[in-house]
Design a protein around this ligand. Structure first.
Ligand SMILES: Cc1cc2nc3c(=O)[nH]c(=O)nc-3n(C[C@H](O)[C@H](O)[C@H](O)COP(=O)(O)O)c2cc1C
Length: 334
């Protein structure tokens, strides 16, 4: 039987299938179901800078109080329920699950709130994923300044924790390759490519701006697929594919591009955690039909560095696609 074992952020995983942050990973029951269905690691939902900024004073006092004060913190009133409930979830998940538990922080600027990362480590998180979701709408703020904020944030979380640190990025940077290299220099051990921005819509009846959650499809895989192929062996970091991983075929593609793990949220929300077991079976079949014994055999086989025509992952692909447009449409319509 093919060995699906892989390494991500220095952690040994039984397969490359990871449940990314979502409400499914926010309860012990959900986490148990994910593990039973075959998740090799879980990323908890994010704790937000906004929640923690409010609590910075209490966190400071907790840190002075030492580890024993964690359980006392759980008795704090409703005001603190978010952050401290989260620490309890990390502790319970770590105590209950066999697989690595990755805690997630969402923020945009360094500050006292970052100290909370050390509490996550203390509570037993195996790694931290930093999810920076920032919509820069100020014309006066240059892209380089936005990037510097990300880097500062990564440096400050790096200084706070000893466990591995992954950075989950949006795809909206003018030089993804350069930024990822700098993020690794700033202390990131892994890159999660990419987060998916939820774009608001307009309701034409009420003229209200409506937040709308639309789950992804496999069509969206191509953006992470390209960037993983480009970054594989170019940045010394673990690579996780996020956005558009729904099927075993999607997992095979991101591994061929060079991903260490494939993360799933929409597919698991749509079909339930048990979907993981059919994806795992499909991945195993794919490998076995080709006589491959391990996922290591296919990792990066089609990354930009491994192929004869590296431009295929770049602009040449665009030109070829435009030139063959009528043929492609004809083929797809049949
Ligand atoms: C309902 C919902 C909640 C999510 N919550 C978080 C979160 O707390 N932190 C985070 O980093 N990503 C969060 N995400 C993003 C997912 O982890 C994932 O990166 C994104 O959905 C793209 O992957 P997919 O195509 O497999 O859905 C959430 C997504 C959904 C649909």
């Amino acid at each position: 039987m093919a060995d699906l074992g892989t390494r991500y952020l220095g952690l040994d995983l039984r397969s490359p299938l990871v449940a990314s942050a979502s409400p499914l990973t926010g309860t012990l029951e959900g986490l148990r179901r994910l593990e039973a269905a075959g998740a090799a690691a879980v990323v908890l939902p994010s704790l937000f800078e906004e929640q923690l900024t409010l609590e910075a004073d209490q966190v400071g006092r907790l840190l002075e109080g030492g580890a024993g004060s964690l359980s006392a913190a759980l008795a704090l009133d409703d005001y603190n329920a978010g952050p401290f409930g989260y620490l309890a979830l990390v502790e319970q998940a770590r105590a209950t699950l066999q697989i690595p538990v990755i805690a997630s922080l969402n923020g945009v600027a360094p500050g006292a709130w970052v100290e909370h990362a050390s509490l996550l480590e203390e509570a037993g998180a195996d790694a931290v994923e930093l999810n920076s979701y920032y919509v820069s709408s100020r014309p006066g703020l240059a892209g380089s300044e936005v990037e510097e904020r990300y880097l500062e944030l990564v440096r400050s979380v790096r200084q706070t924790v000893g466990i591995p640190l992954a950075v989950k990025l949006s795809p909206y940077f003018s030089s993804v390759a350069n930024l990822t290299r700098q993020l690794v220099q700033a202390g990131a051990d892994g890159l999660v490519l990419f987060n998916r921005f939820y774009q608001p819509d307009l309701d034409l009846e009420t003229l209200e701006i409506t937040p709308q959650l639309v789950l992804s499809t496999s069509e969206e895989l191509r953006l992470p697929l390209r960037w993983i192929a480009i970054l594989h062996k170019q940045v010394p970091a673990s690579l996780a594919a996020s956005t558009g991983v729904h099927t075993a075929a999607d997992v095979v593609k991101v591994l061929l591009a060079g991903a260490d793990v494939a993360m799933m949220t929409s597919a698991l929300l749509r079909h339930g955690p048990e979907h993981l077991s059919s994806v795992e079976a499909g991945l195993r079949d794919w490998l076995e039909q080709r006589g491959m014994q391990t996922v290591g055999h296919l990792r990066g086989l089609r990354s930009q560095r491994s192929i004869r025509d590296p431009a295929a992952w770049e602009r040449a692909n665009y030109i070829t696609m435009l030139a063959s447009y009528p043929d492609q449409v004809h083929t797809e319509a049949r």
